[in-house]
Design a protein around this ligand. Structure first.
Ligand code: BDR
Ligand code: CA
Length: 317
């Protein structure tokens, strides 16, 4: 059984990634920690509960974390995810926030990893604020992690938020810097350009959502706003290499749940630009080894797309 802890800014694509994890019978999700990002951290908490409700998994503990970046900046991506982060689809029966645990997300990350040394993989599909705070609380944390799987960063300086910044890193560059420096454990990055080059065709998306299940109907409802947005000129530009379904957070999840999913990766030290008129938040790949860092991350290059399709389909069954 794989033990996972998820850190999310749920977000329609986070919802998809969570559902990929929940659908795998060999995965135990120990908890879901929430952080600011696509929407407010309160909305993120509500959204995670809605996803768990749709999947009949409300027993998984959900924790509320940081509401802003390390420097106190609040972002959002309402154009793509809707005002509430899940496409503004009405949901009268949504669970109440009283189901959120009292313990803060950062304390929960520290506690859960310490309770299961060497066994937990962390899947982060959001700004890395909670993870940065957790390693400051307990510097021994990375050594106790089995693996860290992140959706974030970019390799070709192609941005989806600023000229050359990916959303999760740009939303909290200091946190991304701390995490890439201090989490010296096996680390896998599903970067923005990689997810764009491996998008799924809209025909797949149609068949995916047309499955006769409660989960598929739930996804069709929360995803329709983002699908519409994806087909607009603005997002067509952002989504390198044409239009299609980019379930970006699901690649990090798929890598965490199945060791054979990643077929090829580059191994380099990486860092994050903290200053610069246009480059703040951009990931820097040290191909020449000039930063004198010993820790190299795995930058995912090629994955088993057939497996990905199967995992995505199973998520909504
Ligand atoms: C990432 O940013 C967020 O908007 C998405 O949920 C995803 O994690 C894409 O850059
Ligand atoms: Ca996300």
């Amino acid at each position: 059984m794989k033990k996972l802890l998820l850190d999310v800014d749920c977000g329609v694509d986070d919802a998809q990634a969570i559902m990929v994890g929940l659908a795998d019978p060999n995965v135990e999700i120990l908890g879901i920690t929430c952080v600011h990002g696509n929407t407010t951290v309160e909305n993120v908490c509500k959204n995670v509960l809605r996803v768990l409700q749709a999947c009949n998994k409300l027993e998984i503990p959900v924790f509320k974390g940081a509401a802003k970046s390390i420097l106190g900046i609040k972002v959002g991506d309402e154009n793509f995810h809707g005002q509430d982060g899940l496409g503004d689809a009405p949901d009268a029966g949504a669970p109440g926030l009283d189901l959120i645990q009292e313990e803060n997300a950062v304390s929960a990350i520290v506690r859960i990893i310490n309770e299961n040394p060497g066994e937990v993989s962390l899947v982060a599909t959001a700004p890395l604020t909670n993870l940065a705070l957790a390693v400051r609380m307990d510097p021994s944390l990375p050594a106790k992690l089995k693996g860290l799987y992140i959706m974030g960063g970019n390799t070709e300086s192609r941005g989806n938020t600023s000229v050359c910044g990916e959303f999760n890193f740009t939303a909290d560059p200091e946190a991304a810097y701390i995490v890439l420096n201090d989490y010296q454990c096996p680390t896998y990055l599903a970067c923005w350009e990689f997810t764009c080059y491996n998008k799924l065709p809209w025909e797949f998306c149609d068949a995916w959502l047309a499955q006769n299940s409660h989960k598929a109907r739930f996804m069709a409802k929360i995803f329709s706003h983002s699908i519409e947005a994806s087909k607009t000129e603005r997002f067509e530009k952002e989504f390198i290499a044409g239009s299609g379904l980019i379930s970006c957070d699901s690649y990090a999840m798929a890598a965490a749940v199945d060791d054979s999913f990643v077929v090829e990766s580059d191994q380099f030290p990486v860092s994050v630009e903290l200053v610069g008129a246009h480059t703040r938040g951009m990931m820097v790949v040290d191909t020449l080894g000039l930063l004198n860092k010993t820790h190299k991350v795995f930058i995912i290059k090629k994955v088993d797309m057939e497996k990905f399709r199967k995992m995505m389909m199973a998520a909504l069954k």
